[in-house]
Design a binder for this molecule. Structure first.
Ligand code: ATP
Ligand code: MN
Length: 382
């Protein structure tokens, strides 16, 4: 499921916060501080997830953003002033995440509601409304850390966007998965892996004489092989083969052009590139060290991800490391609720530093969700 940053949701519960003008509102799996009087239990509100960036060129954000406890200060980001919605502690302990605004100040949403109501009965209209991502309507952006692993300044540092024949590697947050602790998932088994905090990379190979190969622009050099085309992408870009590109260096170190062309399959292998010079090096790699950890293998022809066990095996066969796997569990055996998973997410990563969190992958369909450690979010101002 695509992530939506801004959506209409319903308040399920309100809790007082002592000596405060704020209440704690429960919205799906989220807990969010909200100014008293903004909304009641059962009300539909507009919810902005953490990592929303609200530009204050829209004055509704200027006036309302400031009055919300979980919203921090005005910042300058990518040349614009706005609010970065993040996780904050309330009264030293309770974590508040996101931002709640009443619906009635957004005529653009009222318009959508009116259209939906015309075409559906009220219940259907509400369900549909809650499925609509509103970030584009409101010009809300996804905030991202300023320090990218590869700083792309010149045009020849990129071949454009990654090919469209494999999907992005975004993962939904546990807070947005309402059914995990219902009967539906009673016996479902998930792989639990540690979420590494580096940079997403996808390495692909497509054979000659396929539509995939034809869809790519012609290239010289190592990318164009007798058997097909080899490519290396960061999250956002298809990267050219350059001596100082860490993504390419890693792929060549593992001899992936040779191995994948010998395999002769149309595959996209995604993993986390972590290391001393990547991002904030939150895993704590030693100076000069970096490595690549597979978390997804996508079969381009079948248009499907391999199951988690097969992904582990294939990575091994290719001589690649896999992200650390804690085990395979029935969710209902390791936790009683999403809160229990959030507690499990707290812990240390590969080298003993506080970890970003955990990722759970369903063994049946490979679908996954992430559980980010609240301690990590608060610590890193996200
Ligand atoms: P950001 O884009 O700021 O790094 P994020 O890592 O949470 O945020 P998401 O797209 O929500 O981004 O999460 C999925 C990403 O998590 C993947 O693209 C991958 O880079 C990374 N990742 C790290 N460890 C794992 C893991 N064990 N399993 C799956 N994905 C992982
Ligand atoms: Mn990440």
């Amino acid at each position: 499921m695509a992530r939506s940053l801004v959506s209409v949701r319903q308040i399920s519960r309100l809790q007082p916060l002592e000596d405060s003008a704020f209440l704690l509102a429960h919205v799906d799996g989220w807990t969010c501080a909200m100014k008293q009087g903004t909304a009641k239990v059962g009300d539909y509100i507009l919810f902005f997830e953490i990592d929303s960036f609200l530009p204050v060129e829209d004055h509704r954000f200027l006036s309302l953003g400031r009055s919300n406890a979980s919203n921090g200060n005005l910042i300058l980001w990518n040349g614009r002033y706005g609010f970065h919605v993040k996780s904050t502690k309330q009264q030293g302990t309770v974590v508040s995440q996101g931002l709640i605004m009443p619906l009635n100040i957004f005529p653009e949403i009222a318009k959508v509601v009116a259209e939906l109501k015309e075409a559906n009965d009220t219940e259907d209209a509400l369900q549909k409304l809650m499925g609509i991502p509103f970030e584009n309507h409101l010009k809300v952006l996804k905030w991202e850390q300023g320090t990218a692993a590869v700083k792309v300044t010149k045009k020849d540092d990129s071949l454009g966007k990654p090919p469209t024949f494999f999907p992005k590697t975004d993962i939904n947050r546990v807070q947005n998965c309402p059914n995990l602790f219902t009967k539906k998932y009673k016996d479902a088994v998930f792989q639990e892996s540690v979420k590494l905090d580096g940079s997403a990379a996808t390495i692909y190979f497509v054979c000659r004489d396929t539509a995939w190969y034809e869809s790519l622009p012609a290239l010289d050099g190592r990318a164009d092989m007798p058997q097909g085309r080899f490519g290396v992408c960061s999250r956002k870009l298809d990267l050219p083969d350059k001596p100082d590109c860490l993504f390419w260096k890693t792929a060549l170190h593992y001899r992936l052009p040779q191995k994948l062309s010998a395999l002769g399959k149309n595959l996209a292998i995604s993993g986390e590139l972590c290391g001393a010079s990547i991002g904030q090096n939150r895993e704590g790699f030693a100076t000069g060290k970096h490595d690549f950890f597979v978390y997804r293998i996508f079969d381009i022809d079948a248009h499907a991800v391999l199951g988690p066990r097969e992904t582990e095996q294939r990575a091994k066969q290719l001589g690649l490391k896999h992200v650390p796997v804690n085990g395979y569990y029935r969710l209902h055996d390791i936790a009683a609720s999403r809160e229990g998973l959030l507690q499990r997410a707290e812990g240390v990563g590969m080298f003993g530093k506080p970890r970003e969190g955990l990722v759970y992958k369903n063994v049946n369909d490979g679908r996954c969700f992430k559980v980010i450690s609240n301690a990590y979010l608060v610590e890193n101002g996200e």
